[in-house]
Design a protein around this ligand. Sequence first.
Ligand code: MTE
Ligand code: MO
Length: 533
Amino acid sequence: MSTTATPTAEQAPTPTRIRRPALLAAVCGVIAIAAFLAVAEFGALLLGGAGSPLVAVGSAVIDLAPPAAKDVMVGLFGTGDKIALFVLMAVITAAVSAGAGVLERARPPFGALVLAAGAVLALVAVTTRSGSGTWDGAPTVLGVAAAIVVLRVLLRRLRRWEAAAAVPSASPRPAATERRAFLVWSATAAAAAIVLGGASRAGTAAMQAAAAARRAVRLPRAATTAPAVPSGASLDVDGITPYVTPNTDFYRIDTALRVPSIDPADWTLRIHGAVDREVELTWDELLALPLQEHMATLSCVSNEVGGDLIGNALWLGYPIRELLARAGVQDGADMVLSRSIDGFSAGTPLDVLQDEGTAALLAIGMNGEPLPAEHGFPVRMVVPGLFGYVSATKWVTELEVTRFADAQGYWTPRGWSERGPVKLESRIDTPRGGTSLTAGQQVAVAGVAWQPHTGVKAVQVRFDDGEWQDAELADSVSADTWRQWVLRWTPEAGSHTIRVRAVSADGQVQTSVERQPAPNGATGWHTVQVSAG
Ligand SMILES: Nc1nc2c(c(=O)[nH]1)N[C@H]1C(S)=C(S)[C@@H](COP(=O)(O)O)O[C@H]1N2
Ligand SMILES: [Mo]
């Protein structure tokens, strides 16, 4: 072994010189913009397809382009002009972001500022689109934040590599290690952006396809139509909840981060478990069955006393009882676990679903329209008298006949009761709490009361510590819906407490006991404070 060797010189790696650091910085800029697009498209997907800066900027460019430019584009590319526009935009964006990368390496934070300036332009395009919503700017903001983080992280790796390559001894790690770290970070960021962006775009496309499929649906006529809503079901009182809730105002509760997109052509319902024969039903088969219209009030177990997680709609569907009969339910079963395409499930008592007198529907229509996407398109369940969490599975694809002892719905292991019959409740819609009334001037105290499937036969109102007074009750089409009520009242000067309670058709008086929604529904009297002067 030679003793004259100089170990330090041998161990020091030869500087791995970076030939084109500016080019690498440009690549970092392009990866950053890919991260921008990926995060923004993902955000747009979560917003239900709204707020995509890609789409908004494209549209803005089309709108703002002078006619001459349009003529040139159409002349050059014909009907491919839109695609050509996107390609052109992509080239320009890539060039600008490459420039931002180069600038950020040379003069931080000016590269990041270029990205931010681009995002501001995108934001203007997104927020000035007709019909844009409050949150539509969020994807762009999140996207540019991601882009700046990616750019700065990658350029830091690049600088460390440059430093290690230039002065090997000054670096704690050899240049080859820094080089590998830079490449791994860049490749990971690029791959993540491509995967997230691609999946998000595909998701948006699927959603738009489902929306188009929904628009193409023509609901069949019901074999059994619901009775017309009598005019007496709606009281003429300002501020009272309408008897039928318009779809756009109907409360929405679900665990879906993103509304499932289902093309009805691909939808099937599988009925299995403790049955004699499995049944599989397609959309076309469902539409060909004799459908039934039924109005029913749906409510959420999480509704607080006085809350608005409740709505009343005309549903169109097929009785679940008939489908269960077709499958042949076996002895010993007492529950149907319905599953949604997104993993939600509800455990509904079998006897309720089989009951001749309960219009438990596999519904496809809501107030004369196909179900809105967020209310379960193409198919959901509606079971009068049960809270939604144990019965109203949206985007339903599976009914498993089973037993409460063997299976649980989504919310049961999460602290909510296995069974969820709707409780007798009533609500004061008007006057609202805190209202200042005029003493001596008559006002309508009014609202709604419900115990779907049982029905409400009386509503009573109490002012301060006075006697309970019977309110006037509006009509309803059946015991499955809520009823409006009103009591005319002339307040004296001073502050007043108004309480309401309902009496069910079977004679139960709504309890005053105050309970929280968990584990099986809130109780108590809705109370509002008003003043008169
Ligand atoms: N797939 C699915 N269906 C679901 C839910 C859900 O989270 N996922 N929530 C249920 C609950 S808790 C309620 S109250 C009703 C609400 O129906 P709506 O959003 O149409 O008002 O849907 C039920 N069906
Ligand atoms: Mo719910």
